[in-house]
Design a binder for this molecule. Structure first.
Ligand code: TNX
Length: 765
């Protein structure tokens, strides 16, 4: 009783603390909420004490007026506060705590003051007021004192416009969003194998040829073979220098630096389609219409022409982009051609290099020297560490945190962007209901939990971590709607990671503030994903061969409704009130509901409850360690995997057959056996080519149980394939042999290589 009371008091305390939160994302460094409120009205004016603030004052007046149906005016004004007004002031002694991006906000009943050292601080203060106002029901905002400044100086978002070209209007929309999320870097990935996107006056073929590819959109990204010579290239686009300059200026006004990325020495097949002489072989493979792996067709590092070309290109790039940083890529260069190329080998000799890694390092050093000579700094992906890091380079750590840690320890600046937390091309919900993505699983809470400063770094080394960045690789984001779906709301999470103090980052508080953020997204016409409202269905073995079923959601939802009869859940379906027991095979379907409306997709999971619960299993060979996941017993836990091969329920066998020997512990009558396998050809996972099922009473002599049927996949892509047997047998032991599909077929990009066999469940009843 006493314990319950304490729990209730603690919960009430937490609830009270949350309601004392302002609806702001990212949350400010210091907030103190005061009594009373400030009322916006037609008497409200935005006063500014420096002409540098005029355009942002005007923009806020327009947007706030539209938001609350008011007529707010702006006025240049030097002499302090006036009743009803919002005062923007640069007129103060330099405040060290605020830095160049921070601001102080005083919301009083009579008026509001934003003061800062620089216009960017005032701009962020205006964003904060905008958020308070759009969450206010009656144009009244609570009195408060806010002292706010960012934790990191680099708060970035990357966008790949090569894999899929995005119209300029969408780039502007993203810049607006970055400003609202208080982010300050837009890393523009303008070059990759599948398209060159920036006009270069000296090399017109880069865009005439390199910006266009054959349209093979009907095929999975990794199932698109290279184009044949003469194929019509209709898919793509590029930005003119004029368009880019305007965008860069627009972003700069919003405190956003645009960093261009000009990839080298790999990811440049679009260039080599236009200027094949820049590769080692001179071969023209065209602009690839889809994925290419490994990337062997790269710039020749032996030819001077390559460097002349790159210096010319970078010269034009530096004219359009004033950023102190220029990103030169550097990732994923396969050195096969360099090994065979006389010119590359000659270069290795002449320069006294050890191998092709050092040749890549020579390449990057040379480009760095060129950039440095022009007053710019080089950033590259963490591969630039291999073979020796260029002296002044900044490293973008993407293959985990190791590259970043190594570089920081060497005293180089680092931007963290590990695939595990910062790749927004990964799934954010259950892949069985999400649009096709590259793989991985990076839900909102995982992004929010990201800590950019690795624990391995000392305080001094940590200073080299400038910040982090969300990466949008667009192989699976063909249109702006899809980009938005993948970016939002995860961008809100990373924005808070990068802006708010470590100590004030709090998931419960973030969850509490998210509904207001979703309303903002909706009001701005952004296609934000509701995946964080999806129900996660988990199961635990329970007594008596049953399962305990547990539901959860990432974001708070008013109710979870579910069915057990295969029908779609509606607002009147069973209400989830806590874990429940399942003692028979059933298909569970569950979804979140708010105000009678479904939020997020319906999640379906089938649980098998049969004779396998409690049985023993031996697998030969053991699963490949990359896909050993939960271990052998996963095959008997009653839970089948989803189409996502990363799902923990799957066991994978590379090139191998699989033999499972199951001991039911006692002789049983058996009428049905199902083996759940996977077809996911782009992940090189193929259904078994055949299956044999044998039964035995004593474990010594086995009888062939009869015919098994393997459904063939209906289409390319991802599909669960069941191997089914029905009959009549009595047995204690069941032996199942699945024959690996064998080498990948001729029309597959991995033709001839071993295929994977994936199994997630064996069900016997
Ligand atoms: C790796 S991250 C790449 C990109 C892909 C991305 C997909 C990096 C430097 N290279 O080319 O688009 O994975 O997640």
């Amino acid at each position: 009783m006493k314990k319950d009371l304490i729990i209730i008091i603690v919960l009430l305390f937490i609830a009270l603390q949350l309601t004392a939160q302002l609806p702001l994302i990212p949350y400010p460094a210091h907030v103190s909420i005061k009594e009373g409120s400030f009322q916006f009205s037609n008497k409200t004016k935005i006063l500014y004490d420096s002409p540098l603030l005029k355009s942002m004052a005007d923009a806020s007046a327009t947007s706030w007026s539209a938001l609350k149906a008011l007529q707010i005016e702006t006025l240049a004004h030097k002499n302090g506060a006036v009743e009803h007004s919002v005062v923007l002031s640069l007129n103060q002694p330099y405040n060290h705590e605020l830095g160049m991006e921070g601001y102080q906000l005083e919301i009083l009943t009579s008026h509001v003051v934003i003061s800062a050292n620089a216009p960017s601080g005032i701009r962020y203060g205006l964003q904060t007021i905008g958020q308070l106002l759009d969450a206010a029901t009656d144009a009244k905002i609570s009195c408060a004192t806010i002292v706010d400044f960012p934790r990191f100086s680099y708060r970035g978002m990357h966008l790949d416009v090569s894999r899929h070209f995005m119209p300029m209007s969408q780039i502007y929309k993203m810049i607006d969003e970055l400003e609202r999320h208080k982010m300050n870097v837009f890393h523009w990935h303008l070059v990759d194998d599948q398209g060159w996107r920036i006009e270069i006056k000296k090399y017109p073929k880069l865009t005439d040829v390199g910006a266009w590819r054959e349209d093979k959109s009907d095929k999975h990204w990794n199932d698109r073979s290279l184009s044949k010579a003469g194929a019509k290239t209709t898919y793509g686009g590029y930005y003119t220098q004029e368009e880019i300059s305007s965008l860069v200026a627009y972003a700069a006004e919003r405190n956003i630096t645009v960093i261009p990325e000009i990839e080298m020495p790999a990811h440049v097949m679009s260039v080599l389609a236009a200027y094949p002489e820049l590769s080692c072989t001179g071969e023209n493979l065209g602009v690839p219409p889809g994925g290419v792996w490994p990337i062997t067709h790269i710039y020749c590092a032996g030819k001077e022409e390559t460097f002349n070309f790159l210096e010319d290109v970078l010269t034009e790039v530096m004219e359009i982009f004033p950023s102190s940083y220029i990103h030169i890529g550097g990732d994923e260069a396969d050195k096969t051609e360099w090994k065979k190329c006389d010119k590359c080998q000659q270069r290795i000799k002449d320069e006294g290099l050890k191998d092709e890694h050092e040749l890549q390092s020579y390449f990057i050093h040379r480009i760095e020297a060129f950039l440095n000579a022009h007053g710019r700094k080089l950033i590259g992906w963490d591969e630039i560490l291999e073979g020796g890091l260029a002296p002044n380079a900044t490293v973008m750590s993407w293959r985990g945190e190791e590259g970043g840690i190594a570089a920081a320890k060497m005293g180089h600046n680092v931007i963290m962007t590990p695939g595990s937390h910062c790749y927004f091309d990964h799934y954010q919900g259950d892949p069985s209901v999400e649009p096709l993505a590259i793989g991985g699983y990076t839900p909102l809470s995982k992004v929010y939990a990201y800590e950019p400063v690795p624990a391995e770094l000392t305080e001094n080394e940590a200073k080299f971590v400038l910040g982090a960045q969300a990466n949008h690789w667009t192989e699976y984001m063909p249109v702006p709607e899809q980009l938005e779906y993948m970016a939002f709301p995860r961008l809100a999470a990373i924005a808070e990671v990068l802006w708010s103090p470590r100590s004030s980052r709090n998931w419960e508080s973030f969850v509490y503030r998210m509904p207001a953020q979703f309303q903002r997204y909706e009001a701005r016409g952004l296609n934000a994903s509701k995946s964080a409202y999806q129900v996660k269905i988990n199961a635990k073995p329970a007594p008596g061969k049953s399962l305990e079923i547990i539901f959860s959601t990432e974001l708070q939802t008013s109710s979870i409704r579910y069915t057990l009869d295969g029908t779609e859940p509606v607002d009147e379906s069973l209400l989830y009130t806590g874990p429940f027991i399942l003692s028979e095979t059933a298909t569970v379907k569950a979804a979140s509901f708010s105000n009678g409306m479904r939020q997020g997709a319906v999640i379906t999971k089938t649980f098998f409850l049969g004779k396998t619960n409690g049985a023993k299993i031996k697998l030969t060979p053991a699963p490949n360690e990359r896909y050993a996941h939960k271990g052998n017993t996963a095959l008997l836990n009653g839970i089948s995997g989803t189409v996502n091969h990363q799902d923990e329920e799957w066991l994978g066998f590379s090139g191998d057959n699989m033999e499972a020997l199951i001991d039911l512990q006692s002789s049983e009558k058996i009428s049905k056996i199902s083996v759940i396998t996977l077809h996911n050809s782009s992940a090189w996972i193929m259904e078994p080519s055949s299956a044999t099922i044998e039964t035995s009473v004593d474990g010594v002599t086995y009888a062939d149980a009869g015919k098994t049927i393997i459904d063939k996949p209906l289409k390319d892509g991802r599909q669960i394939i069941e191997v089914n047997w029905e009959g009549d047998a009595k047995a204690r032991f069941v032996r199942i042999k699945l024959q690996n599909y064998g080498p990948l077929p001729k029309d597959h990009p991995g033709a001839g290589k071993a295929s994977w066999l994936f199994v997630s469940e064996i069900f016997i009843d």
